[in-house]
Design a protein. Structure first.
Length: 376
């Protein structure tokens, strides 16, 4: 009888053990699934941050804030090598500690981490100690994980997370953090092109207008404040004729006077750039095509009524440059500009460069004598 009872109890205990193991596996599976879902949400937040109309620096700050909030990280710092020096792209650490944080590549333990492309976990055993890389600070961070960052096997910097508690990352899932690190790299890789564009933006010598590249950075921020906008490209169709028939100086004056007139007659909310040579772009942020076309008709009529000539002062300067005394011919020069306009709709979140390509193809292939406002 006793043996039977013991056997039953053993079976019950075994059953409970099997049940507990099963429950544990289900809980672990649920946790893993929940973590994957959370990671997907974070990736989605990253993609939203990339797609927002903001500068590269603002985007990187945004993804760092997402990391801190979603994963409850105490301190997070992203450091990137810009080709000349290491710079902190994003950090929620007090700025007085930045000098130490952007010099971690010089610390021996992190040098090994960089060479081996592996994360490095460092911690202290009690609150009276400090981490090896800390110089001036004492009580801020007590544990940290250092992640070297690579784009296409090229080292570009590092991401470091820190906690004010010793051994705080002992049980953290490094594989999850590795996924986050790869997402950071993806974001950095994505914004490299935008950073290049922002860096090469320049102002045109004659008009004082920004170049085409401005449209893809700061200019796009203005445009994307609205869901729909109208993009206009226009070309001074007879600029080559003016340069050839008269002189390039008069052609330059035609360009500057047209640019100045348009600048004075459009809203500051609109983006006006010199696209290339005699081609210009106006982005009418938030405007409909119909209203834009009416406005452009007025602008076009006013510009094509202009009679542009060189002043006596400009003629004298030209005479000195060309070393000629024949200034009477310059006095007789009067240019009347001819313009061709093409407009199209642009929707926030779509490819602005594709709209511009379409406009440019049309205006480049249009008849030289075409002088109209076309909606495509």
């Amino acid at each position: 009888m006793i043996i039977a009872v013991v056997a039953i109890l053993v079976l019950i205990v075994l059953g409970l053990i099997i049940y507990n193991i099963s429950i544990h596996k289900k809980i672990q599976k649920f946790k893993n699934m929940n973590q994957r879902i959370n990671n997907l949400y974070v990736v989605q937040d990253f993609m939203n941050a990339i797609g927002e109309s903001s500068t590269v620096e603002e985007k990187i700050h945004k993804i760092n804030d997402i990391l801190i909030e979603r994963y409850e990280i105490k301190y997070s710092t992203i450091v990137v090598f810009n080709g000349a020096e290491y710079e902190i792209k994003a950090s929620n650490v007090n700025q007085k500690h930045w000098e130490a944080l952007k010099s971690l590549q010089n610390i021996d333990m992190f040098k090994d981490s960089i060479q081996q492309a592996t994360p490095k976990y460092v911690t202290v055993n009690n609150k009276n100690e400090r981490l090896p890389y800390q110089q001036m600070e004492f009580g801020r961070a007590k544990s940290a994980i250092f992640f070297p960052l690579y784009i296409d096997n090229v080292y570009i910097g590092y991401w470091i997370i820190e906690s004010g508690t010793p051994h705080d990352f002992d049980n953290v899932d490094i594989t999850v953090l590795e996924v986050i690190k790869e997402n950071i790299v993806s974001v950095l890789k994505t914004v490299v092109h935008q950073k290049t564009i922002e860096t090469i933006v320049r102002k045109d010598l004659f008009t004082g207008l920004y170049s085409e590249e401005y449209l893809y950075g700061e200019g796009k921020q203005k445009i994307d404040q609205y869901t729909k906008s109208t993009i206009c490209m226009f070309k001074i169709t007879n600029i080559q004729e003016i340069n050839k028939k008269y002189c390039r100086e008069l052609g330059n004056k035609v360009i500057t006077q047209i640019s100045e007139y348009i600048k004075q007659n459009i809203s500051q909310e609109y983006v006006f750039v010199r696209y290339m040579g005699p081609k210009f772009v106006i982005a009418f942020s938030g405007a409909e095509e119909s209203g834009t076309a009416d406005f452009l008709n007025v602008i076009k009529d006013k510009i094509e009524m202009m009679q542009i000539s060189l002043t006596q002062e400009e003629i004298e300067e030209l005479k000195l440059q060309t070393n000629t005394q024949q200034i009477d011919d310059y006095k007789k020069m009067t240019a009347v500009p001819k313009l061709n306009f093409v407009i199209s709709s642009y929707y926030k979140g779509t490819g602005l460069e594709e709209v511009l390509k379409k406009l440019e193809e049309y205006i480049d292939n249009a008849d030289i004598n075409e002088s109209d406002i076309t909606n495509i």
